[in-house]
Ligand binder design. Structure first.
Ligand code: PEP
Ligand code: MG
Length: 589
């Protein structure tokens, strides 16, 4: 039966393949008691297993660093920390000594206690770390029970497939072969999970947070998944399968063709010049952005440098990361967004408070201003990177003028501490417009900011009161809803009035229909995901800004997102040399 299940799109890309379910947990640990004379030997066995697990994790960290990069390798730091946790060790040893339990049983009981404590939390960071905890549990238990590790063995099968599991641990993710794993689908996890970070680095599409509906996906069945939207099509129909293959073949041919024209400017058919920049999560992606012809970086999500880290990266480390991106774009803008932590992205070194509503909580600029040492470090590293190239800082989730003023004060203090020769290299400061407050008070913010970047992902959730990660609300979470397009129009007008440089870095700019809408509304600067960059540039070269302006003129009266999309879709299909096949392929990607 053809049906659709919604999850959270966590690693972009579409995949079609046979489902391979993996069950890798050790559910039953045999109950074994020991005599008092065996206690010390059992404690030693536990210590050995711990030391062995730590060695494995360290090796995995080194391997991952070599294969994917230093930031990806750091994912395993938190596991090393958990293995050495004094409470975990003391608790296990107490079970062995006081209850005469075998090392494996004692360890499992202790892990159960920790898990129950974590499960009680609704905090996304804590829930994310459950996968790390499971990783350690399996590793230590396998050693104690003398079993081979099931996880890594099961993950890479003999035929390419879409991997489906309740959860994927970072160890499984790090060992995946992208040739064999077409995609990953899990019941748990979030965009900030360690496993997701690794999947993205490997270029494997992922949909997470599917919840109980995961059981609808049968082993061996055919699945069509979209790692951007989070949509899962179970048992797709023959026309859907055919559509996927057509789009994939088309995309491959186009990618080849686009590579050849990547140096050409991105102008519409009526000669309107646009700027198409790249959204980056990690520094090494800058090189690919250059290859794809990006006009600089419109959004570098710096928080991915710290998610899952157990210590704050120092100024020097951050400087090197920012410098790497700036050096890739010596003549173009690099927009460094200051840490957007909170919501669904957390570093371990911060003990984030448990919040009922993390997206409305202690997040982004609010965290940074409350932790001046963290913020100052980052800003100093950015100011130093400005010596090398054209870096500017972008503040996330701004809702008050004070947030910008206070950031500027910190920057001024930093300038004062610099050597006199370096003084005067002022860095441009911009704000993400992603709260209704920022749209509403742009005139108040304008005197304090140099540029503005529209964040449609968060603005949509705050305007529609629909959590961006909640699959049940996917229909309501529509960045093309009339409420949103009216705000986009207003923002464009207000920025022009205040002569503010305006760009869009939300996902809407990576969507063919979305970028067409924005072009029609007068937007000229876009920052898009790497996966979408070639197609978006090609689309812009094939449309007329004047035509799109006419198409969009009447849209303010539309009653729904569907009514907004319909005439734009029709226009794209009507473009000569840009036929319906191409438009359909684009909207399918
Ligand atoms: C946005 O909110 O539109 C945005 C680009 O930021 P993020 O998706 O990282 O929250
Ligand atoms: Mg945002």
């Amino acid at each position: 039966m053809n049906s659709i299940v919604e999850g959270v799109g966590a690693s972009a890309g579409r995949a079609l393949g046979v489902v391979r379910w993996i069950h890798w947990d050790i559910t039953v640990v045999p109950h074994r008691t020991i005599g008092p004379e065996e206690v010390e030997a059992e404690v030693r066995r536990f210590d050995e297993a711990r030391a062995w697990a730590l060695e494995q994790v360290t090796r995995l960290q080194e391997e991952t660093t070599r294969r994917l990069g230093p930031f990806e390798g750091k994912v395993f730091e938190s596991q090393a920390m958990m293995i050495e946790d004094p409470e975990l060790i003391a608790g296990t040893v107490a079970y062995i000594r006081n209850n005469f339990l075998s090392a494996e049983r004692a360890f499992d009981w202790q892990m159960l206690e920790v898990r129950v404590r974590m499960h009680d939390s609704v905090h996304a960071m804590v829930l994310d770390r459950l996968a790390d905890l499971r990783d350690i549990r399996i590793r230590v238990l396998c050693h104690l029970l003398d079993r081979t590790e099931p996880a890594r063995a099961a993950a890479n099968g003999t035929e390419p497939a879409i991997l489906v599991a309740h959860d994927i641990t970072p160890s499984i993710a790090a060992g995946l072969d992208p040739e064999q794993t077409l995609g990953i689908v899990t019941a748990g996890g979030s965009r900030g999970s360690h496993s997701v970070l690794l999947a993205r680095a490997l270029g494997i599409p992922a949909v997470v947070g599917v919840g109980a509906e995961l059981k609808e996906i049968a082993d061996g069945s055919l699945l069509l998944m979209d790692g951007r939207t989070g949509e899962l099509r179970l048992d797709p129909s023959p026309p859907e399968v055919e559509g996927f293959h057509r789009a994939a073949a088309h995309a491959a041919r186009r990618r080849e063709m686009l590579r050849k024209v990547s140096g050409r400017p991105t102008e519409t058919t009526d000669g309107v010049h646009t700027v198409v920049q790249a959204n980056l999560d990690l520094p090494h992606e800058a090189e690919e952005a250059v290859r794809l012809g990006a006009d600089g970086v419109g959004l570098f999500r710096s928080e991915f440098l710290v998610i899952g880290r157990r210590e704050i990266p120092d100024e020097e480390e951050q400087f090197r990361a920012y410098k790497r991106v700036v050096e890739a774009f010596p003549d173009q803008e690099v927009t460094l967004r200051t840490f957007d932590i909170g919501g669904d992205k957390f570093p371990i070194f911060l003990s984030m408070p448990q919040e009922d509503n993390p997206y409305l909580g202690w997040r982004a600029i609010r965290v940074c201003l409350d932790l001046p040492d963290l913020f100052r470090n980052q800003l100093r590293a950015a100011v130093r990177a400005a010596e090398v190239g054209n870096i500017r800082v972008l503040l996330p989730l701004v809702s008050t003028v004070d947030e910008v003023r206070n950031t500027r004060d910190i920057l001024h203090q930093i300038y004062e501490t610099l050597e006199s020769a370096e003084k005067g290299r002022r860095i441009l400061v911009g704000v993400m417009v992603e709260t209704p407050a920022a749209v509403e008070t742009l005139d108040l913010l304008a005197p304090y900011v140099d540029f503005v970047s529209l964040g449609t992902n968060d603005l949509t959730q705050y305007v529609m009161a629909a959590d961006r990660g909640n699959a049940k609300l996917a229909r309501l979470y529509d960045p093309m809803h009339p409420a949103l397009i009216r705000l986009y129009a207003r923002l464009e007008r207000d920025c022009a009035r205040h002569e503010l440089d305006l760009g869009v870095c939300g996902e809407l700019a990576s969507d063919p229909l979305g970028v067409s809408l924005l072009l029609g509304m007068g937007y000229r600067k876009f920052s898009v995901s790497l996966a979408a960059l070639p197609e978006i540039r090609e689309l812009i070269r094939n449309v007329s800004a004047a035509d799109l302006h006419d198409v969009c003129r009447g849209l303010y009266k539309a009653e729904s997102g569907a009514e907004v999309r319909e005439p734009i879709q029709r226009y794209l299909e009507s473009r000569a040399g840009f036929g319906s096949d191409f438009a359909a392929a684009l909207s399918e990607e």
